[in-house]
Design a protein around this ligand. Structure first.
Ligand SMILES: *Cc1c(COP(=O)(O)O)cnc(C)c1O
Length: 354
């Protein structure tokens, strides 16, 4: 991509990179040396700047804090054998970010600002992209309201930022999940399809209750009947039933995950039937009982694919078989890792070189 946008860059005078132990990283706690900042006021986006990662100040009346105009994205950059860095489907994140912005009455970002900001920031901090298998530079673009004003109305000023952190192999034990039949993550017509901050805060309490009962996360069900699967925690849910890939169809209450899209594409490439439709909890339990439920997993940027081992329903636990070496989820995990690390062809043009 051409560097058509010049971004003023203030380099850190105290680089932390030499002191980082890439083998000892806790997700989301260690941040790279620089960050991107772009302010919006007077009806337009101002000059983007790259500055040293640092704390910042906001007004106590900041309207994002009070009323939640705050959205984010999650994506990753990967380093190949030759030390080249590439992003996975960044334009998909860009389009989803602007969709979230529209839903939250926030200004959309020009593609050039998002993409050039991202590329120039990652280039500057490319030393922070780890190389070990399964590792990546996690990238967090976000935008929040900055008006200092307690009236309930869309803010007139905003800040867009990108911060990044190196993350190691996300090793999760196979998950214990249970169907949630009381609380909801989001309802039809709500803001569940947007990556806005409030969705996550509101999900923490029901998730905590589930964890106190020994589950890692909840399988959210629809708000009106609690019959149909929505998502698994903060991941999209996918089931393999009798050789078919079955996943809830997208709606205003389901986040349109880029990992979900990619996994569905792989399934189609491999000639597997893909069904995007309503999936009821009872269908899943029936398939478990009659032995046709081969796999269940959550998909998202952080973990890529997280296998589900146990599904709880109304106080009873149902066990899933351990996925064999040729299970779809294991082949898809390996295929995505190979494309991201440049070890396999990229037929869909998912990787964008930094
Ligand atoms: C971000 C997110 C996902 C996964 O999206 P990816 O683009 O695959 O990372 C799924 N569900 C929710 C609620 C999310 O916030």
């Amino acid at each position: 991509m051409l560097d058509t946008l010049t971004i003023s860059t203030q380099r850190t005078t105290a680089p932390r990179l030499p002191g980082i132990d890439f083998a000892q990283l806790e997700f989301g706690k260690t941040f790279a040396d620089h960050m991107l900042v772009v302010d919006y006021h007077d009806g337009q986006w101002q000059e983007p700047r790259i500055v040293p990662y640092a704390d910042m100040t906001v007004s106590p009346a900041n309207s994002a804090i009070h009323y939640g105009q705050s959205i984010f994205e999650g994506m990753k950059a990967y380093k190949n054998q030759d030390g080249e860095v590439a992003l996975f489907r960044p334009l998909d994140n860009f389009h989803r970010f602007n969709a979230s912005a529209r839903r939250m009455c926030m200004p959309e970002l020009p593609e050039e600002v998002f993409m050039q900001g991202l590329l120039q920031l990652i280039r500057l901090d490319s030393g922070w992209v780890p190389t070990d298998p399964g590792s990546a530079l996690y990238i967090r673009p976000f935008m929040f309201a900055t008006d200092a004003m307690l009236g309930v109305r869309p803010s007139e000023s905003y800040r867009f930022m990108v911060i990044t952190c190196p993350v190691g192999l996300y090793y999760a034990k196979p998950l214990r999940v249970r169907f949630e039949e009381h609380y909801v993550r989001s309802a039809e017509g709500g803001a569940g399809a947007a990556k806005n901050a409030g969705n996550y805060g509101a999900a923490m309490y029901p998730t905590k209750l589930g964890q106190q009962e020994g589950y890692n996360q909840l399988i959210w069900t629809d708000a009106s009947e609690h019959k149909y699967v929505e998502e698994s925690g903060t991941m999209n849910a996918i089931f393999i039933i009798d050789g078919r890939l079955v996943t809830p169809a997208l709606s205003s209450s389901i986040l349109d995950g880029i990992t979900r899209r990619s996994v569905l594409q792989l399934a189609r490439d491999w000639g597997m039937p893909v069904e995007e439709r309503k999936v009821s909890a009872l269908e899943i339990l029936e398939a478990q009982r009659n032995g046709t439920l081969q796999e269940a997993f959550g998909v998202g940027t952080a973990a890529t694919i997280a296998t589900i081992a146990t599904i709880g329903y109304q106080g009873e636990d149902f066990e899933l078989p351990t996925p064999p070496a040729d299970a779809f989820s294991r082949r898809a995990t390996a295929a995505l890792a190979a494309i991201r690390k440049g070890d396999a062809p990229d037929p869909h043009g998912w990787m964008v070189r930094v």
